[in-house]
Design a protein around this ligand. Sequence first.
Ligand code: TXA
Ligand code: MG
Length: 334
Amino acid sequence: MRAVNAASNVRNADDPAAIAQAAELIRAGRLVAFPTETVYGLGANTLNPAAVARIFEAKGRPATNPLIVHVASVEAARALAKTWPDIADRLADRFWPGPLTLVVEKAACVPDIVTAGGPTIGLRVPDHPAALALLEAAGVPIAAPSANRSEEVSPTTAQHVFDSLGDRVDLILDGGPTNVGIESTVLDVTETPPRVLRLGMVKRSDLEACIGKVDAPPTAFDGAPRSPGQMARHYAPNVPLVLTDTPLTFLRPGDGLLCLRSCYEYIPSIRWIEMPADPAEYAARLYCALRELEAFGVRRIVVERPRHGLAERDDWAAIHDRLRRAGTPKEDAS
Ligand code: TXA
Ligand code: MG
């Protein structure tokens, strides 16, 4: 594995010259990976279909899965929407910049490839100085899925991006580890009541406090996925993952373990990582911990299911969602 600091396509996100170069590349139709507060994004100029096609190619992403478009302001978001409901303003006011993506009707200027041919677009203002500096300097909206090969765990460091995409990306801006650690909450505001399509660290109760009733994410029993990225298996490591309340009954030599208390020292041949008890810290650590265990060469990852009281259920909902998806066997994936 090559270290990012030795790679020619990685630059420090704090360097204004690196931001200027990244903006130039975006305008020239190239790919730039950049940090956001959630995970690293693989960005291209939204308004250039050939540039957006490079994202799908670099990720190996199905053309049926639409991209989230990043903008620097609510005004820039409105310019890409055909209609902008009042609740979108209230939500943007409360949560942007931040880890909330709003799905609205798309404006005619948005190329079809961005939205996978669909009539709606996902928009967000990221809460990261490098992402905002890049958006300002590029002067165009930046379409950016997570900067990993399709189906892999999302990257939370520049090294993860490099390990996953290597030279497929023209420039990687290194802004250190991301704070939130899992992908944004996706909320469809074209429906009444609005519906969460993907859980994230902006909780359903936070949304309801702002705009009133919000529907839960669609389940597997609701028919065709409304958000094409919401397949059963997603965000998964390359080795099998077992989610359990009783790790001791599952552990075999060669396994890796994500546990909540460090009481596993005495088990031989187990690599274990103790996870934080706080949900925000757990989320921030999760993808990195999964990658660390994989890098140790474990045969399988056993995850001790986080337990908590009913009052904290909403705080942990997005984490349980990601753990469930990561644990879905390949043959069940769509
Ligand atoms: O935190 C994040 O959202 C990160 C950072 C880079 O912003 N991005 C991210 O993008 O996770 P991606 O492409 O890995 O996931 C986007 C999700 C997918 O599940 C996709 O199907 C859904 O958002 N999505 C995007 N546009 C949509 C639309 N118009 N309607 C429904 N779902 C949409
Ligand atoms: Mg992704």
